[in-house]
Design a protein around this ligand. Structure first.
Ligand SMILES: Cc1cc2nc3c(=O)[nH]c(=O)nc-3n(C[C@H](O)[C@H](O)[C@H](O)COP(=O)(O)OP(=O)(O)OC[C@H]3O[C@@H](n4cnc5c(N)ncnc54)[C@H](O)[C@@H]3O)c2cc1C
Length: 343
């Protein structure tokens, strides 16, 4: 059954973004069906309004009000497909809560998502930046995505390869407005090895016999480790990591390492990935705060909204951090969340 589209005017988005920025949407619609989505796109086109897809608002910063139609992705539903032997495909509609889905899979005995516990947001946004944590990325299990092609208004299936996943990146992130994700399919297994090699996770688990661990126990360990380090947006608004870990070439890395022998880095195929948190911390920002916004005192990658900061406050602080890291280390930091509503 398809319900009609209801568009509201001048909607406050403060409770719909984890940075708790009080921006307004000129128009706003909850999208519960594909028909409503098509109707909303047609309406926006007729009225020449730009659109914004909004999931849980945990990877967006509102730099100002949004002068267009916000499509709040609220398509719900989850089920199992292709249950055969140890393997099964978990299908999640775009509006499903990601963390709930991780726990659901782990409680059902399926492995593959447990390291991605407690990442806020929706299933539909997870492919956009190929969410990752504790040595696991969404692309490790994602089999395909069902999406609406915004041009033709057709529903299409995209393979993992077509999604062009990379570190915190995908075709969707590079081509906003081309597709709207309706559903994702994740290939999970009851017998795949658990990934426990990430240092923080190992430290937490100590001498536990890895062979006896269940995916739910790993998810619980990940949640405990994350709670120690990351602020809960419910109590201290934030968008998680504000900057990507920068990748530099080997020559620049060797020069930097000579000056800073304790530099934290990860070698990768096409260069060296630096820990952005280390750079920000060593540029003296950890725990910094002004009247409204600041840098978290346990994780230098996280910008927090202490007291009714707006988008301008957040972006000004981010720019100060970028300038100082560039000056100190000659490294460019790239902002991870999308910036919306900027002129
Ligand atoms: C405390 C905290 C911790 C975090 N930890 C991590 C982490 O460990 N790893 C990690 O990778 N990220 C992390 N994040 C970032 C964030 O949770 C993820 O990027 C998440 O996938 C965003 O989901 P969302 O529904 O909130 O998306 P939104 O913020 O609502 O949207 C993000 C982007 O996706 C687009 N989008 C939303 N829905 C759709 C759709 N259905 N189809 C197409 N495009 C869509 C939006 O237009 C926007 O461009 C963290 C954030 C917070 C606040």
């Amino acid at each position: 059954m398809s319900y009609g589209l209801r568009i509201r005017e001048q909607v406050d988005l403060r409770d719909l973004n984890t940075m708790a920025i009080a921006a307004k949407a000129r128009q706003f619609a909850d999208i519960e069906t594909t028909d409503q989505l098509v109707q909303a796109l047609d309406t926006a086109q007729e009225q020449q309004l730009k659109t914004l897809l909004l999931g849980g608002g945990s990877n967006l910063v509102f730099a100002g009000d949004f002068d267009g139609l916000v499509l709040h992705m609220a398509l719900r539903g989850r089920c199992w497909e292709q249950v055969q032997g140890d393997s099964a495909v978990l299908v999640l509609a775009a509006g499903e809560n990601w963390h709930d889905a991780v726990l659901y899979a782990a409680r059902s005995g399926y492995r593959g998502l447990e390291n991605l516990a407690l990442i806020p947001g929706t299933a539909g946004a997870a492919p956009v930046q190929n969410i990752g944590a504790y040595g696991v990325e969404l692309c490790d299990t994602l089999e395909s995505v069902t999406a609406l092609d915004c041009g033709s208004r057709e529903v299409v299936t995209l393979s993992a390869e077509q999604c062009q996943f990379a570190y915190r990146d995908s075709f969707f992130k590079r081509n906003p407005g081309r597709y709207i994700i309706l559903e994702i399919r994740l290939r999970l297994s009851r017998s795949a090895p658990l990934k426990l090699d990430y240092r923080d996770l190992q430290d937490y688990l100590g001498d536990v016999d890895a062979a006896k661990l269940t995916p739910l126990e790993v998810a619980e360990a990940v949640m405990a480790v994350r709670r120690r380090k990351l602020p809960d947006p419910e109590t201290l608004p934030n968008t998680g990591s504000f900057f990507k870990n920068p990748v530099i070439d080997k020559a620049q890395f060797e020069r930097l390492q000579e000056r800073f022998p304790d530099l934290v880095f990860y070698p990768i195929a096409d260069g060296v990935k630096l820990a952005a948190a280390w750079l920000i911390d060593h540029a003296g920002w950890k725990g910094f705060r002004n009247a409204r916004v600041g840098i978290h005192n346990r994780q230098a990658l996280v910008l927090v909204n202490h007291s009714q900061g707006d988008g301008a406050d957040v972006l000004a602080l981010a720019e100060d951090v970028r300038v100082s890291v560039r000056k100190e280390f000659g490294v460019e930091l790239e902002v991870e969340p999308g910036i919306v509503g900027a002129s």
